[in-house]
Design a protein. Structure first.
Length: 291
């Protein structure tokens, strides 16, 4: 080993300092910057790229809205399901586990289609039935006032954007549940016991002692899931939601400019995901105490 280390040090000593500096250069980042500069220049100076960018910019707004709202709902679903996954109640535990295992075992695209064309129509039919039941109970009273709008809900009035939000939230809720479960279980059991010994109830101990520490630990993986959802939001183009990918398809169909269209779409997705990825790395560094 000593001979090998000596040979390695001797070779390094013969390497010019400027070559060592070149090895430390993040060439992948420079390539990305050059590509970004090229596309930015094209958007500013090429009429085709400029028109494509303007057409796709509306899709960026929808993509961000879709991702933010879906992820917020997924966090709530995931937190509730995460509690179910650590519950001592056998019924609650099995319901939560059933949801997690089923959703994680089905491709997200199939989930979106199933939610949009099966779950939502069934939910609307249930609302119609409940509304009709209330109207029949009290045709001229408060029950009729509540039931009549429910009885008149039309599936055609349920926007595909809402169905896509529900589908993404339902799909990612299962993954967030596992993130929250792992975060809660990573906290030492003695902290719960200490909180209970001070007179706190289970939920008080969870709220004031366990959850604050668990959320601090799960913030980085939650950030990674947010970036993943931003990319997976492109799947809702199968529902004809006018987000970035769908508008790219429409722009290509109306202009027959595949090169410019998908270059711009790739550029926009990369810009969003890289900014979010940098934010996640900064968050991870702060969570680890700046190490």
């Amino acid at each position: 080993m000593a001979v090998g280390e000596a040979v390695t040090k001797k070779r390094k000593s013969k390497v010019a300092p400027w070559t060592q500096a070149l090895e430390r250069v993040p060439w992948w980042a420079l390539i990305l910057i050059l590509i970004g500069v090229y596309i930015s220049y094209s958007i500013l100076n090429s009429e085709t790229y400029h028109d494509t960018f303007l057409f796709l910019s509306e899709g960026v707004k929808t993509t961000i809205l879709l991702t933010v709202v879906s992820f917020a709902i997924a966090l709530v679903v995931g937190l509730i399901t995460g509690f179910g996954r650590i519950s001592d109640n056998i019924i609650v535990y099995n319901i939560a586990t059933f949801y997690v295992e089923v959703v994680r075992g089905i491709p997200l695209l199939i989930q979106l289609l199933y939610v949009a064309f099966v779950v939502v129509p069934l939910a609307v039919q249930g609302l119609n039935a409940a509304g009709s039941f209330l109207v029949n109970l009290g045709p001229a009273g408060f029950l009729a006032f509540v039931g009549e709008p429910l009885a008149n809900v039309n599936i055609q009035n349920v926007n595909m954007l809402y169905r896509a939000i529900f589908g993404l939230a339902l799909g990612y809720g299962a993954y967030e549940a596992e993130v929250f479960r792992a975060g809660i279980e990573s906290i030492e059991r003695g902290q719960m016991e200490a909180a209970r010994s001070l007179g706190m109830s289970y939920w008080q101990a969870m709220r004031y002692v366990i959850l604050p520490q668990a959320i601090r630990r799960v913030l980085p993986p939650l950030g990674n899931d947010f970036v993943a959802m931003l990319k997976d939001s492109s799947l809702v183009s199968a529902l004809a939601v006018r987000e970035l990918t769908q508008l790219a398809k429409l722009n290509r169909a109306r202009t027959f400019r595949s090169f410019e269209t998908y270059n711009t779409a790739v550029f926009l997705y990369l810009a969003m995901t890289l900014v979010l990825s940098i934010g996640v790395k900064v968050l991870e560094r702060r969570m680890s105490g700046g190490k």
